[in-house]
Ligand binder design. Sequence first.
Ligand SMILES: [Zn+2]
Length: 241
Amino acid sequence: MAKKTKSAKGAAKARPRRERRFEPRASAQPSVVYVFGAAGALLMGAGAWEQFGALLSDAGPDPLKAAPYILAAGAVLAGIAIWIGTSAEPILRVGDSGLAVEKSGVRRMPWYAIERVEWRDETVRVTGKDDAGVAMTLDAPLGSHPQAAAWIAKEARVRVPAVVDVPTDAALPDALADAGQSLPLEPPQVVGRHCAESGKVISYEPDARVCPRCERVFHKAHVPEVCPCGASLADLRAAPA
Ligand SMILES: [Zn+2]
């Protein structure tokens, strides 16, 4: 697999693929989460000691009547801390491979699988399919994900303009060049994919041609002049023999 990049020469330009990773703007102050978590842990410890201390050592106190309640109150506080700390928006990624949501794993929505990008309720909402072809919706609310929303709109207008329905006067911030964390991406996986034009399975990597804009994959013998995303594929077409 290490030779992949070399063998793909000509199939895909050696342009490094990248994506930006956006953490949500926290809806709760992190200090609130720590206070609840710490208080909960303290109470659970105290409650447990009062309840079970006598079993462990002679010096331990006899169980207090209140001990189970202290234990329970501690558990509730710790639970609140976990809830506040994790109910935030997921991490979003925007880049050459499309969009992605980080939520117990990374689920990707390639550019070519995006069916609609719209602006509603101060949110950039993207509907389409994930890379396995399963329906997927991704929300980038202005409140918690201002830069992800701005970058999705900016990239989608260039890559898949036909499906973008975000008014140019939408209250989006400018997409800042240094927003998010920049991550390198692996080259696109093309073997086993179906040619978007002929349906033919790509079984040999050098046969693949990848649209630089939406990353649709074509067999080299079936590259159309224009990709369904609107990009010209003239450069990828096999030269007439
Ligand atoms: Zn394309």
